[in-house]
Unconditional design. Structure first.
Length: 419
């Protein structure tokens, strides 16, 4: 038996995602979408064409909308579906995903948010209960009226704000923020991520805005979604985006470069081909590569970088999920994307940056200058961030420890350009 989901972009059907009796998925663009030259493709890896896309071609994009690893396992158990059944996950969770799309059973029309009632802000006890529930039931999967999905292995939940208070979205309503509880297995991850994201903004990187909050003394992050825009009336609208794995047609389970995922060379090449203004995107991505090395974010893989699609074309999306992973000895210190075949800071020296520059097609003198400038900026800015109001509710001792670790790394990175 063939089952189908309609893929919607706002109020228009983009195409149909199906799964046949053998469990194989396929995607076909709707004729009306193909006929309208102003309507874009849903992915760099899925250009507009009449011919249907087979599973090998379309799965990387659609599976890339779904949670991963332990989050996926827990959702499968909660919903009673196979953890390998991408289509069943999209049936259950595809009402609000990253980007402009939503997926609904064929024949159904996405509910209009104004017809489904206004969301109600959660009280403190409800918010504490939500934080308790998320590790056991990620994305609140199966809760009536909610069909929400985000990629990644970390616990998180798409939400909206009502009077600046967290609320669950009404059916069909675009979510505007991502709530991220602390990771139970690792100490002070909220302090870590909040500090690193705030530091990235302070040294000039474009990042998704973050705010740290607490509920019952428990910290969590609220991340503003960059794939949403607001009209003059305050109504949220979805913007399209896709991560580098989706754009390159790489399935999410191969997100690490060592497993066939995006490398720096492939990522820079993607930006040259896909970005409307490649020079701006290339320089921003170079800064991200250097910054992640400085702060020790070894988990910056292909699903942690995205293209954002607006009316003027594609650009490099603001950065997100920035964390100093080297602060945790149980996590691998090896970079998800090697820099000139070097996996750790300890392996790097003056020749590394020349080789990296050649690999990514940028002048070596410019790359070395940005290494120096960003290292100096991080070393200068990090110690004073504990006074930033965004971080005011968090553990000051943990913030100081992370800042000290990052400053020490910045000084070591600066030395790698010295001959």
């Amino acid at each position: 038996m063939t089952r189908r989901l309609s893929v919607w972009w706002d109020a228009a059907v983009v195409g149909t995602l199906l799964v046949n009796q053998h469990g194989e998925m396929g995607f076909t663009y709707a004729p009306e979408w193909l006929e309208d030259a102003s309507r874009p493709a849903i992915s760099f890896s899925l250009p507009k064409q009449e011919k249907p896309f087979k599973q090998r071609q379309c799965r990387p994009f659609f599976a890339g909308l779904l949670p991963e690893e332990s989050q996926r396992d827990a959702i499968a158990a909660a919903l009673g579906i196979s953890k390998g059944n991408d289509f069943a996950f999209l049936e259950a969770l595809g009402g609000d995903v990253a980007g402009a799309l939503s997926l609904w059973p064929e024949g159904e029309v996405p509910p209009r948010p104004e017809s489904t009632g206004a969301p109600r802000p959660l009280g403190d006890e409800e918010l504490i209960s939500l934080l308790d529930t998320l590790p056991k039931r990620p994305l609140l999967a199966g809760r009536e009226g909610l069909r929400l999905s985000l990629a990644g292995a970390q616990t998180k939940l798409p939400v909206v704000l009502v009077d600046d208070r967290v609320a669950l979205p009404a059916p069909g309503q675009p979510t505007t923020h991502i709530l991220k509880p602390a990771i139970a297995q690792l100490p002070h991850t909220t302090e870590n991520e909040a500090l690193v994201m705030t530091l990235a903004a302070a040294v000039g990187l474009s990042v998704a805005p973050v705010t740290a909050r607490t509920a019952g003394g428990r910290p969590y992050l609220l991340v503003t979604r960059y794939d949403r825009r607001f009209d003059a009336s305050g109504q949220a609208h979805r913007l399209h985006q896709e991560d580098f794995c989706q754009a390159l047609g790489i399935p999410p389970e191969r997100k690490y470069a060592a497993e066939g995922g995006p490398t720096f060379r492939a990522s820079f090449d993607l930006l040259r081909r896909a970005a409307m203004v490649p020079a701006v995107a290339l320089l921003a991505f170079l800064d991200a590569a250097i910054f992640n090395l400085i702060v020790g974010n070894a988990d910056a893989h292909g699903k942690n970088f995205s293209l954002l699609y607006e009316a003027t074309g594609a650009s490099l999306a603001p950065f997100y999920d920035l964390l100093s992973t080297v602060a945790y000895p149980d996590l691998s210190p090896n970079l998800a994307m090697k820099i000139a075949k070097r996996a750790t800071l300890e392996e790097m020296g003056p020749t590394t940056w020349s080789a990296f520059a050649e690999d990514i097609g940028l002048p070596a003198s410019f790359v070395r200058r940005r290494v120096r400038e960003l290292s100096d900026a991080v070393a200068t800015k990090a110690p004073s961030l504990r006074d930033n109001p965004v971080l005011g509710v968090l553990d000051a001792s943990a913030l100081n420890d992370y800042a000290a670790l990052i400053v020490a790394r910045a000084e070591r990175v600066a030395k790698t350009i010295m001959k």
